[in-house]
Design a protein around this ligand. Structure first.
Ligand code: GLC
Length: 565
């Protein structure tokens, strides 16, 4: 197997708006990231993925790009980014940018041209269609729904036609069938790689091809959302092969595609198998919702489906074991906070450490999402006006339509799933606004910043922060680095519904990783193993008696073992 630098990396994802505000305007910025690079180095990571900072009207916080060659004034300037990349490289940290291929902002010059006339040279940069006449009324070409609610078509009166947009109205979809669009995007990519970035996280990459424009039948929704109409369709692979040939490969760029929650393993392997010649790896979200989140309104009723989670982990680990690589991440800027999703508030430290170990000891490249390393939690939304995220607002509206008399329920449902949970200001210290800024931040600060913050956790050697640091040390610098990076993965006791256990093996080293998801003590039989040492644990000692270990709430241990024959 070919070894690559990114297989030996630990990544960290930054949402620039809420990471660190260096110029006291309430919004995080590139200089803020620059100032925190030493912090990241100290944590041990050597790869940073920065969410979009292109010029944008910020309908979707920068995923709506107005100019691919400009930095948004909100975040700073190109010179600031130059400084950031140079310093990161000096510190041995690679930089990966978000690359948005599926759409632009409706304020992008291409779209302004495109909508101006049917014979404009940019017309076919986007997907335009005539409306359909039904009962004498003009309606959308199809009834397909979009991710952010409503139709996936929007009407534009200039040419009396509809353009496709699977996200918001202000994010028209690019027409990848047009070779000019492909060429433009190769040029954008080249420009940034020439600038010095090391690769891309590729946004919404599975959506670049569309099915035939035929209505979805048998749905009670006015605009049913059927992912299959615009996900993982055959031509996406042609487009990516071309991008790979002309762009990614010549630069040896790292590429991590976002393939959403709907790609099957076979599809994922087509994107990111070692021989696929498309992407280095793909993010999937199958493990993000292994609980009853969609059935409850009270967060206290949340219950992790451990078996489901284990099955999902096993599926992705084994599918790529010989001929591909996976990123390892618990969450990103689109999901609720890990502690509020799978953690336990009675045992925050134990469960936080267990979750970190469970993920970081697997085979793949770990990514930490900002604030995860200190156990940041969901935000207690009291009012719909506290939502900044366009999709959280859409969920609220949709839920309110279902129960117009119960806005409280709608708010609760939207809050539990809200992407804004992950986007609150980073909690650096006990200072006002969590040390994120000296002025009131644009995105809220969680009130618990006095209890949960970086400064305290760096001082406290037993903190979650130090546990993450130890995990990174083990993976990158210890005598176990090869087995953790390149060793085989074998999940055992698949049917145990409370403990997630796996082995990593390389040459004569074998690690056994045990993670309890239970609040109760659990006995586990260790008689088939000779315990050589404990590399990491979230309790001071282990309770082992007659070859049986008693696992305390959320106990997690990395053993080095010898298997008895
Ligand atoms: C991806 C991004 C998300 C964004 C969407 C549209 O899913 O992660 O934040 O809203 O694409 O660009």
């Amino acid at each position: 197997m070919q070894k690559k630098w990114w297989m030996e990396s630990v990544g960290y994802q930054i949402y620039p708006k809420s990471f660190y505000d260096s110029n006291q305007d309430g919004v995080g910025d590139l200089n803020g990231i620059y100032e925190k690079l030493e912090y990241l180095k100290d944590l041990g990571i050597n790869l940073v993925w920065i969410c979009p900072f292109y010029d944008s009207p910020m309908d979707d916080n920068g995923y709506d790009v107005r100019d691919f060659y400009k930095v948004s004034k909100l975040f700073g300037s190109l010179e600031d980014f130059r400084k950031l990349v140079d310093k990161a490289h000096e510190l041995g940290i690679k930089i990966v940018m978000d690359f948005v291929l599926n759409h632009t902002s409706d304020e992008h010059q291409w779209f302004i041209e495109s909508k101006s006339a049917v014979d404009n040279p940019y017309r076919d940069y986007y997907i335009w269609h005539e409306g359909k006449i039904v009962d004498g009324k003009k309606i959308e070409p199809t009834n397909w729904g979009s991710f952010f609610g409503g139709s996936c078509w929007n009407y534009d009166e200039t040419t009396d036609s509809y353009y496709m947009k699977i996200f918001s109205n202000k994010m028209p979809d690019l027409n990848w069938n047009n070779p000019m669009v492909q060429e433009e995007m190769v040029q954008v990519g080249k420009w940034w790689l020439d600038f010095g970035v090391d690769g891309f996280r590729i946004d919404a990459v599975s959506h670049l091809d569309r099915d035939e424009f035929i209505d979805i039948k048998d749905s009670t929704d006015k605009y049913p959302l059927d992912w299959k109409k615009f996900s993982n369709l055959p031509k996406v692979h042609d487009y990516l092969k071309k991008m790979n040939y002309e762009l990614f490969k010549p630069y040896d760029a790292l590429t991590i595609g976002e393939v959403g929650g709907q790609a099957t393993i076979e599809e994922a392997k087509r994107y990111a198998g070692f021989d696929s010649n498309e992407l280095s790896m793909v993010f999937n979200f199958d493990h993000n919702w292994c609980n009853n989140l969609f059935e409850i309104t009270n967060p206290k009723k949340l219950k992790t489906n451990v078996l489901d989670l284990k099955k999902t982990f096993n599926k992705w680990q084994t599918a790529f074991e010989n001929d591909g690589w996976v990123p390892l991440n618990w969450l990103n800027h689109d999901q609720p906070r890990l502690m509020s999703q799978y953690g336990d508030f009675k045992y925050p430290l134990e469960s936080g450490k267990m979750l970190a170990t469970a993920l970081h000891m697997k085979r793949g490249t770990p990514f930490i999402y900002q604030g995860e390393e200190i156990g940041m939690t969901n935000y207690p939304f009291d009012d719909v006006n506290e939502f900044n995220d366009i999709s959280s607002k859409a969920t609220y509206t949709y839920e309110l339509e279902k129960t117009p008399d119960d806005p409280v329920r709608a708010l609760k449902v939207a809050s539990l799933r809200s992407r804004d949970n992950a986007r609150t200001a980073m909690q650096w210290s006990k200072d006002l606004y969590g040390g994120f800024s000296e002025v009131k931040p644009l995105l809220p600060v969680n009130r618990n910043y006095r209890k949960i913050n970086v400064e305290d956790q760096i001082i406290d050697k037993n903190s979650l922060w130090h546990h993450y640091k130890k995990l990174i040390e083990l993976r990158r610098f210890s005598a176990y680095r090869d087995v953790i990076t390149y060793g085989t993965y074998e999940q055992i006791d698949l049917d145990h519904d409370q403990i997630y256990i796996y082995k990593r093996k390389l040459n004569d080293q074998t690690l056994l990783i045990i993670n309890s998801f239970s609040k109760k003590d659990i006995k586990y039989d260790l008689s088939s193993y000779g315990i050589l040492s404990v590399l990491l644990s979230n309790y001071k000692n282990q309770k082992i008696k007659q070859s049986h270990i008693t696992l305390r709430p959320f106990e997690s241990i990395v053993f080095e073992i010898k298997e008895k024959s």
